[in-house]
Design a protein around this ligand. Structure first.
Ligand SMILES: [Zn+2]
Ligand SMILES: [Zn+2]
Length: 384
């Protein structure tokens, strides 16, 4: 390549970068970098066995799969952290193919900006299943980083041996973009307790890599079924290689007891995550119920003239679509932090709501029931 064409390429790359994502070029040059903030309320869970105090959870936004210049990505580790900060993430793992030096390189920037960083790497069988390993010890030495063999006696390292070595280094392992399905190798990993999580959404693969078009997007709905049936932690990750675009990013929400990398890993191991993408949340039913108990208030409100309303308050940033069962009313979408009054023709004792964008299975919405014993006038309704 000549010097001129090299310069031309750089200018074109810069131009594309500015068009795609102004912030990535603005870093350190001009204009402020702005963080998108949309906080969740504290989530209160049932008390632990030895105490009467409810357990308090903080909802963190996570992305546990992304690349840098240390594999096939275009941003440096520090740029990835700054970008994640701008996009409102609280915790990330940088997961280059067979390489985890990004962790050490990104750590100072992460500490400065208050982003939690988890050590990560993408690995797996050659050309087949990709695995994302998280939180393994710094002393782990991948013997054949991304080309584990399926059978013993190959030039590469046998996958069962390397997976055990990775587990011995403390790794939490998830199945990335599970396009190959559940072959014997993954079933072995699940059986051994070595495979603990799975991506139901991966932004980068888009409509490729055996994703299925369902509910208005391309994703792995069958992986949600597997996660439920085999008790795996549910992830939605960006797998971003270039700069992030100005679109909704796949996000893994994590319910942590402690805002620290250790707190995040405790939550991942306990399966307390939700996959957020395309205006939906997908999660284990108990996690959705735990979240919703603190995210939405449902009350009855009676006006002076006797008209009765169901009062819904979304205390978090995620839009929620509620269909009230057995009532002749249209589904109502509660925007972030919004309160809505829905007129009712009769006063119910109990209201059941089907949450149309919350999924515990690809074809099954979360349903919650609220006893409404006390009828309160507006001034008596607690606004908390
Ligand atoms: Zn991959
Ligand atoms: Zn990847």
């Amino acid at each position: 390549m000549t010097v001129h064409s090299h310069i031309l390429l750089r200018v074109l790359t810069l131009l594309l970068c500015v068009l795609a994502f102004p912030g990535c070029v603005a870093a350190g040059r001009e204009g402020p970098l702005v963080r998108q903030e949309a906080p969740f309320p504290t989530i209160f869970g049932p008390p632990a066995a030895d105490t009467a105090e409810p357990v308090r959870y903080e909802v963190l936004r996570g992305d546990f799969h992304m690349h840098t210049v240390h594999s096939d990505g275009t941003l440096s580790p520090a740029q990835r952290v700054i970008e994640a900060w701008q996009y409102g993430y609280d915790v990330i793992a940088i997961t280059d193919h067979g390489d985890f030096r990004s962790y050490e390189e990104a750590l100072p920037t992460a500490k400065t900006l208050g982003i939690l960083l988890v050590r990560g790497m993408e690995t797996g069988l050659s050309g087949r299943e990709h695995l994302v390993a998280l939180d393994f010890s710094a002393g782990y030495q991948p013997r054949n980083p991304h080309q584990w063999s399926e059978t013993p006696g190959q030039p590469q390292v046998f996958y069962q041996d390397e997976w055990r070595t990775l587990a011995a280094a403390g790794a939490f392992v998830l199945y990335a973009h599970p396009h190959v399905g559940l072959r014997d190798q993954m079933l072995w990993g699940i059986g051994q307790g070595l495979l603990q999580g799975i991506e139901v959404k991966n932004d980068v693969v888009g409509s490729e890599w055996n994703t299925v078009q369902s509910l208005g997007t391309w994703w792995y709905p069958f992986a949600l079924d597997w996660a439920v049936e085999r008790n795996l932690t549910i992830f939605a990750d960006s797998d971003v290689h270039a700069a992030r675009g100005p679109i909704e990013q796949a996000t893994t929400l994590v319910l942590v007891k402690d805002r620290s990398p250790q707190g995040v890993m405790e939550a991942l191991r306990a399966r307390r995550t939700l996959a957020q993408f395309n205006g939906m949340l997908c999660a284990h039913e108990w996690v959705l119920k735990l979240l919703m108990a603190s995210l939405v208030d449902v009350n009855l409100t009676e006006m002076e003239d006797g008209k009765v309303f169901l009062r819904l308050h979304n205390r978090g940033p995620v839009p929620l679509t509620a269909q009230i069962a057995d009532m002749p009313v249209e589904p109502v979408t509660l925007s972030g932090y919004q309160q809505v009054l829905v007129g009712l023709r009769r006063t119910p004792d109990v209201v059941t709501i089907i949450w149309k964008n919350l999924y515990l299975r690809p074809t099954e919405n979360l349903t919650t029931t609220y006893p409404l014993v006390a009828l309160a006038r507006p001034e008596q309704v607690s606004t908390r």
